[in-house]
Ligand binder design. Structure first.
Ligand SMILES: *Cc1c(COP(=O)(O)O)cnc(C)c1O
Length: 408
């Protein structure tokens, strides 16, 4: 339908033609689900093509997008520094706000230091490719984010992928890695398509046993996991100051309603990265209003702990109710909830019908996931009320029954 054309197929021009035809065909049947622009965003409501819908596809897990304190901080930063910088962070683009943001990230993550990059994607691929070379090995979970995969490829290290969250497979991969050279294990904390949580205690044990470095991507665990939203280690009751995780990556574009990514860790690691992450050295700095918004968002998470509590209650209710109605939600334990449909045409039709009923969701199709796990992905936030969650679930149920996804 709308998936990219296999690059081994046809010529460059033919591939462009095929993809354009697929898009046209999907649009003709109102089955093209991507890049619909919203005209208004207020809390968990979004207006698309004149229809006001309940948003169930947001990454703003703590509903911080539009928070008055965060907006005010961004506006103040514009008055003070303008809308851009004098270039890249490495040369003339660092402002006081960038320095304050990095201090705030380090204190939130309880690390010695942090560096902020203008995108999470750049933080991941820039870090992995800066740390490893031809004589090293990188061991990556099979469903890690694309920004990790790209970093692994660009690093030219030996690239080993292990079965998703399978600790026996990780142990085998570590055992088979050459003794010489650096070994880096890299995993998502919460997996962006499945919503399940990495088995951190076991990963740490194996990294210690095989003397491997450990890098964690907290894009979907920051503000989501742990009693106070500090993330993966808080969830498992692991003390961050013990140094069991070497490299902590996170984004400023999801729970934190801004743009950018960070790496938190030891002062020496961060110093090294400031001199070697290519997107930090060769790509423009975070705009000051974005940096100020991000810094203030960390403060709001600490000042308003009810948001984390409410998100976790909502996620729990959403998951348990969907399961009770007979939906397959894989192993999700978080605010990201896959609803397995298993059939591409049905997933697209369910998306269309659900949006017509005023609930905004997205389909996840192959090759992003295995064809038999083609799914709708719904995310819940701290901004939803239980009534709104019920309304979404009732709509999913009605439509899934009408399409034969659930038994009537
Ligand atoms: C979104 C995401 C990123 C990239 O972050 P951006 O700030 O959007 O570039 C990296 N890793 C994971 C797991 C993500 O979900």
């Amino acid at each position: 339908m709308t998936k990219p054309v296999d690059p081994s197929e046809k010529t460059f021009l033919a591939r462009i033609e095929i993809l354009n035809q697929r898009i046209l065909e999907a649009k003709k049947h109102d089955l093209y689900p991507y890049m619909h622009s919203s005209d208004a965003v207020e809390g968990v409501h979004v207006t698309v093509h004149g229809r006001r819908m309940l948003q169930f596809a947001s990454y703003s897990y703590l509903d911080l997008l539009g928070h008055p304190k965060i907006n005010a901080a961004a506006k103040r930063a514009i008055d003070e520094f303008g809308t851009g910088t004098h270039g890249v962070r490495f040369l003339a683009g660092t402002t006081r706000i960038h320095v304050e943001l990095e201090k705030k990230i380090a204190s939130f993550k309880k690390t010695e230091a942090a560096v902020a990059v203008a995108s999470g994607y750049g933080a991941n691929f820039g870090t992995i490719s800066a740390l490893l070379g031809r004589h090293d090995v990188v061991i990556s979970d099979k469903i890690n984010h694309a920004s990790i995969v790209d970093g692994c490829i660009l690093s030219r290290a030996q690239f080993v992928r292990f079965e998703h969250n399978d600790m026996a497979a990780l142990e085998t991969a570590l055992g088979e890695a050459p003794k010489k050279g650096t070994k880096l294990v890299v995993v998502d904390a919460v997996f962006s398509m499945d919503g399940d949580i990495i088995n951190l205690p076991e990963v740490i044990k194996l990294c210690r046993k095989f003397k491997a470095l450990l890098m964690i991507d907290e894009a979907h665990s920051l503000g989501v996991l742990g009693k106070k939203g500090h993330g993966l280690e808080e969830h498992f009751g692991i003390d961050p100051t013990e140094g069991l995780i070497d490299i902590r990556m996170g984004t400023l574009s999801k729970t934190i309603p801004s743009i950018g990514g960070y790496i938190a860790g030891s002062t020496k690691l961060v110093n090294y990265l400031r001199h070697s992450i290519r997107p930090f050295i060769f790509s423009a700095a975070l705009p000051p209003p974005s940096a100020a918004a991000a810094k203030t968002a960390f403060e709001v998470i600490e000042d308003e702990p009810w948001r984390v509590e409410k998100l976790q209650k909502n996620a729990d209710y959403f998951l348990k109710t969907l399961q009770a109605r007979g939906f397959d939600t894989l192993k999700s334990q978080t605010a990201i909830v896959p609803i397995v449909i298993g059939n591409e045409a049905k997933a697209l039709e369910m998306t269309r019908l659900t949006r017509n009923e005023g609930i905004f969701i997205v389909p996840i199709l192959p090759p992003a996931v295995q064809p038999n796990t083609t799914r709708i992905r719904a995310t819940v936030t701290a901004g939803h009320s239980l009534q709104e969650i019920d309304r979404a679930i009732n709509t999913f149920e009605k439509i899934a029954k009408s399409l034969g996804i659930l038994r009537p």
